[in-house]
Design a protein around this ligand. Structure first.
Ligand SMILES: C[S@@+](CC[C@H](N)C(=O)[O-])C[C@H]1O[C@@H](n2cnc3c(N)ncnc32)[C@H](O)[C@@H]1O
Length: 394
């Protein structure tokens, strides 16, 4: 078990508590932030004063848990259900009081509750960083300590520019074990606009509503397009009652689920994504594209078909069809763990004879993975970059 060492003690930190992961639960950037805060800031004083502390993009919880063990209450600003769940699970596993952690509602960030300390771990998408800094801005004062951090390879000129435009003059630290601090000072005179509104465009009769920070916000992904233009006939998969029970896993803006609902009658659909913003977008896409539908789709935040924020996941052996353009990274980590989670949870949730239909980059080798898991896999369509594969639950 990996232990995250801090000056105040150590705790076990897993990337995905409760199930194996090849990924470590923290980075050198987390270590650098915690070491800096412990050496240069009066954490005990902040805790005694009941200071407002925010950690953006907490990953599996290294920074928030280190602060919580020092008696601070920490607000988490995150677009990732998987990260928030990992942070709480790691806290529980280490006996750290979870009531010290809360998920921040961006609406609550205002000048009336100024933050004393804001830590921003740099996310993969610059648009997400920029939107988060704009969201945080109302809670920043000249006294707020803002500390950004990331691995050197993830910090670009545009990253620094975003801090400078949304917070104030920004410098960076020297690299320590390939991680770097971003040190902006809050300029109270800066005028900072709120995050951009969703981007909407029409595609094949659908109105796609995209969070500006989401996956492929201004165009349809070429893999998704290949899957939708080669959609297999779903009629043979209907249950005896004539209803097709379908899940779109990693639904993003809802394009796959909405396209199927638009062209297929009597579908009870579940659209799930681990991104809170994606789920808002998918709901808006379904509302704008389909209006009233006979069976209201369930659109939820969740981790594949393994755990849903709103409660029960589909029962084992219950679904007729699962469709997905699965994720191949989680924030900075390029990994097939997320796609594998989609495949294994689909395998469990599908009934015998049920169908999994996915698209992926050729080089990801999904065909071989599905064959290993399902005992069969069929290439439905392919081009030079993507391959659409189906597998049947036996
Ligand atoms: C390749 S995108 C596909 C988005 C959309 N279906 C499309 O075709 O445009 C993969 C999506 O999976 C989501 N995702 C990543 N990890 C996930 C997980 N563990 N559970 C559910 N969704 C996840 C991402 O947020 C992203 O929206």
């Amino acid at each position: 078990m990996d232990r995250f060492e801090t000056a105040g003690g150590s705790f076990v930190l897993e990337r995905t508590p409760g199930r194996p992961s090849a990924l470590r639960g923290w980075s050198a950037a987390d270590e650098l932030v915690v070491a800096t805060l412990e050496a240069e800031h009066d954490l005990g004083g902040l805790a005694a004063a009941g200071a407002v502390v925010v950690v953006a993009n907490p990953g599996s919880g290294a920074v928030p848990l280190a602060l919580a063990t020092r008696g601070l209450n920490v607000g988490l600003l995150s677009d990732s259900f998987v990260d928030v769940a990992a942070t709480f699970a790691n806290a529980e596993a280490n006996g750290i009081d979870t009531s010290r952690l809360s998920v921040i509602d961006p609406e609550d960030l205002s000048a009336s509750t100024p933050a004393a300390l804001v830590v921003v771990l740099v996310p993969k998408r610059l648009a997400l960083l920029d939107a988060q800094l704009r969201t945080l801005r109302p809670a920043l004062t000249a006294d707020t300590v803002v500390l950004g951090a990331g691995m050197t390879r993830h910090i670009h000129t545009s990253t620094i520019e975003s801090f400078a435009a949304c917070v104030g003059p920004t410098v960076t630290s020297r690299a320590t074990r390939k991680a770097r601090l971003i040190l902006p000072s809050v300029d109270p005179s800066l005028v900072v606009e709120p995050p951009p509104p969703p981007v909407t465009f029409r595609w094949n009769g659908l109105t796609l509503v995209n969070d500006a920070n989401g996956f492929s916000p201004r165009r349809v992904d070429a893999g998704t397009e290949l899957l939708l233009s080669n959609l297999v006939d779903l009629e043979p998969y209907r249950g005896a009652d004539g209803v097709l029970l379908l899940a779109d896993v990693g639904c993003g803006n809802g394009i796959i689920g909405a396209a199927i609902l638009a062209r297929t009658p009597n579908v009870a659909a579940t659209l799930v994504d681990e991104s809170f913003a994606a789920v808002r977008s998918a709901q808006a896409t379904v509302d704008a594209s389909l209006g009233e539908v006979p069976i209201e789709p369930r659109i939820v935040v969740g981790d594949a078909l393994r755990s849903f924020a709103d409660g029960e996941v589909p029962a084992p052996g219950s679904l007729d069809v699962v469709v997905s353009n699965p994720p191949f990274h989680h924030d900075h980590a390029v990994t097939d763990e997320m796609a594998w989670a989609v495949f294994t949870s689909a395998h469990k949730a599908l009934r015998r004879g049920g169908l999994l239909l996915i698209v992926g980059n050729r080089h990801l080798g999904y065909h071989a993975k599905l064959k290993r898991l399902f005992g069969n896999a069929t290439v439905v369509a392919s081009n030079s970059k993507f391959v659409v594969v189906s597998a049947t639950r036996r």
